[in-house]
Design a protein around this ligand. Structure first.
Ligand SMILES: [Zn+2]
Length: 75
């Protein structure tokens, strides 16, 4: 039997949405990474979460084209 192909799975997590303040399923993350510390071309680079100064914001929805969040309107 062929091996099951492993797909990159997006884990379902629940966090407080920065835009609407509700604890909801995270659909979108926005990373803030110090530009000098992050080199995506480097094979040995650590996970983004391990980078000092890196932070992430969680959203329960996606960003609109104008930079606002979808859930802000329904909050
Ligand atoms: Zn939200």
């Amino acid at each position: 039997m062929p091996r099951m192909q492993k797909r990159p799975e997006v884990e379902t997590i629940r966090r407080k949405c920065v835009a609407c303040g509700k604890i909801k399923e995270v659909k979108y993350k926005e990373w803030s990474i110090p530009p000098t510390k992050f080199n995506p071309n480097k094979g040995t680079s650590p996970n983004r979460i391990d980078i000092p100064g890196a932070s992430v914001k969680y959203y329960c929805c996606f960003k609109n084209d104008d930079g606002t969040m979808e859930c802000e309107y329904s909050a």
